[in-house]
Design a protein around this ligand. Structure first.
Ligand SMILES: NC(=O)c1ccc[n+]([C@@H]2O[C@H](COP(=O)([O-])OP(=O)(O)OC[C@H]3O[C@@H](n4cnc5c(N)ncnc54)[C@H](O)[C@@H]3O)[C@@H](O)[C@H]2O)c1
Length: 355
């Protein structure tokens, strides 16, 4: 039986979670949002209770798994309370603002034999699954190019150009920072960092450079060099840019990973994040033995639905599966190290504590 679900946060991203919960046939017992109208709309749709108090979701006696779609600063306290109450957790990314909290959450989930997932749903694109299968046959990884160029409604190079979503309000924080807990690295880069770690391993040290415009709390550009196991280096390139017709869909979304290995290469390209049905993620593979490229064709799928189905099935089966409870910690630790490096100008070593 699928677990009974409680959802915290009924804003933009929650639509994908509600779709995937419904597709998995799981029942929702209660939803929460500080905005009563957001919670009421979902409660009406799913014939469940609504509350403004997220703790009521965690404490609800029927709820077996908590889906957290609240702003990022709330993820760690919600996940901690849920795990302590004996509930499984599916959290939006990123898991915590401080990787020490993400590590503690992974350990807590393990100690309580509960499932903990962070919604790095791009792993569930068939193109990524195929890349993970092919990669070992391409030999040793030599270099990786990781790009997250996402469109933004302003011109980075023009100090007079800005947008309210990216500009701090009276409380000192921009809406983008409040939702995602950071700037382009955390918001846009976290997915490609998860994919880098998933496909190429945990970085051993990093070096970061950033551009933060005066008066803004979120960086608009981040570049990183990441030392990988085995001596390879990954180049990370994250930008919020004003170009409307770049990327393979020509919709401004230009996100890709190229892995250069001793016997070949592979290139992954990703569609616009919130309309993934429109175009499949793409995979091209180069084989040095034959000197040929092959383009692999995939059906377009919604990775949110695939990820949600996987998480709910794993919870029902009582098994964590391949996405272990330290997935969120690893991404958070790399982001924190890159930001520290950008602040100090010095490289940062990563001392992994997730075993
Ligand atoms: N996986 C992805 O690709 C992806 C994409 C976008 C956003 N996200 C993540 O999803 C999260 C939410 O982003 P969003 O774009 O939906 O933001 P949003 O502002 O549209 O929605 C957040 C909702 O949470 C509610 N909320 C705030 N504090 C709350 C609390 N204490 N208790 C209950 N509800 C509360 C808000 O009222 C709002 O309705 C963020 O952490 C973001 O990083 C992930």
């Amino acid at each position: 039986m699928p677990p009974v679900i409680g959802v915290i946060g009924c804003g933009y991203i929650s639509r994908f979670h509600f779709q995937s919960i419904a597709a998995a046939g799981a029942r929702i017992a209660i939803v929460s949002d500080l905005k009563a109208e957001n919670a009421a709309a979902r409660a009406g749709e799913f014939a469940c209770a609504a509350t403004a108090d997220w703790r009521a979701v965690v404490a609800h006696p029927e709820v077996q798994a908590v889906v957290c779609c609240a702003p990022s600063a709330m993820h760690a306290p919600i996940a901690k309370a849920a795990l302590e109450a004996g509930k499984h957790v599916i959290s939006e990314k990123t898991l915590a603002l401080d990787p020490a909290d993400s590590l503690a959450l992974g350990r807590l989930a393990q100690a309580r034999n509960l499932r903990l997932y962070v919604n790095y749903m791009k792993r569930f694109f068939p193109a990524v699954e195929e890349a993970a299968r092919i990669l070992p046959g391409l030999g040793a990884i030599i270099a990786v190019q990781v790009r997250a160029h996402h469109p933004a409604p302003f011109d980075l190079s023009d100090p007079a150009s800005s947008h309210p979503f990216f500009s701090p309000g009276d409380d000192g924080h921009s809406p983008i920072w409040k939702a995602s807990g950071g700037g382009v690295l955390t918001c846009s880069g976290s997915h490609v960092l998860d994919l880098l770690i998933h496909l190429a391993g945990r970085p051993t040290s990093v070096y970061g450079r950033t551009l933060r415009r005066s008066g803004h709390d979120a960086e608009f550009m981040f570049h990183g060099l990441l030392d990988l196991p085995g001596g390879a280096v990954a180049h990370l390139d994250c930008i919020w840019h004003p170009h409307r017709r770049v990327g393979f869909e020509r919709r401004g979304w230009d996100e890709s990973i190229e892995i250069i290995a001793s016997r070949g290469r592979l290139v992954l390209r990703f569609p616009v994040w919130d309309a993934p049905e429109r175009a499949a993620a793409q995979l091209a593979v180069y084989d040095e033995a034959t000197g040929s490229w092959s383009e692999r064709a995939f059906d377009s799928i919604n990775p949110f639905t695939a990820a949600g189905a996987h998480f709910i099935a794993q919870i029902a089966a009582g098994a964590q599966g391949p996405m272990d409870p330290f997935t969120g910690y690893r991404v958070d630790a790399v982001i924190a190290a890159l930001l520290r490096s950008a602040a100090t100008g010095a490289p940062e070593s990563l001392r992994w504590q997730d075993g």
